[in-house]
Design a binder for this molecule. Structure first.
Ligand SMILES: CC(C)(COP(=O)(O)OP(=O)(O)OC[C@H]1O[C@@H](n2cnc3c(N)ncnc32)[C@H](O)[C@@H]1OP(=O)(O)O)[C@@H](O)C(=O)NCCC(=O)NCCSC(=O)c1cc(O)c2ccccc2c1O
Length: 133
């Protein structure tokens, strides 16, 4: 549904010279935000409107298949795995030159954000259509 790339930065690596497990999560988050932008949305809309919802995460996973190193260019394929009433689960496939590096998931919940905090709401139909492609 979205193919993008990210370079492994020095800060992403550990003392063994390989990409740290935690560094995959910001890349997944950033790729998810890119997918939302490709649909004309922002994860944090600045203006009020019918789709001014935000997407806190309730679950995140990552399986590590091969090591990535400083300055590697990782291809990231993002797909929508499941659309629920208020939740959406994304899948992330990381690879380098066709070598699978990692597979992750993020689950986000459609929420309104106001002074009282986050309130779960059903995914708007127009957004659901985009997610279901
Ligand atoms: C998000 C909540 C307010 C929802 O609370 P509620 O109790 O109403 O939710 P439900 O239990 O009914 O679940 C809703 C929905 O999600 C599915 N679900 C819940 N837990 C899981 C799980 N562990 N795995 C898979 N799915 C789960 C559940 O099945 C329901 O699905 P339906 O489709 O059937 O509706 C409340 O949960 C809450 O406040 N949680 C804490 C959120 C939080 O603090 N997360 C940690 C970090 S958030 C974050 O990192 C973040 C990143 C960003 O990039 C953001 C960008 C912009 C805005 C916010 C961001 C952000 O917060």
């Amino acid at each position: 549904m979205l193919s993008t790339t990210r370079r492994v930065e020095f800060r992403d690596t550990d003392a063994a010279g390989i990409m740290h497990f935690s560094a995959f999560f910001p890349m997944m988050e950033s790729a998810e935000h890119e997918l939302l932008r490709s649909w004309g949305m922002s994860v944090m809309p600045r203006e009020r409107g019918p789709n001014d919802v935000t997407w806190p995460r309730v679950a995140a996973t990552c399986d590590y298949l091969a090591a990535a190193r400083f300055e590697d260019i990782l291809a990231i394929n993002v797909s929508v795995l499941k659309v629920g009433n208020s939740s959406v689960q994304y899948g992330f496939d990381f690879s380098r030159d066709e070598t699978p590096i990692a597979k992750g998931t993020l689950t986000a919940v459609c929420c309104r954000l106001d002074t009282s905090g986050l309130t779960k709401v059903p995914i708007p139909d127009s957004v659901r259509q985009l997610m279901q492609g």
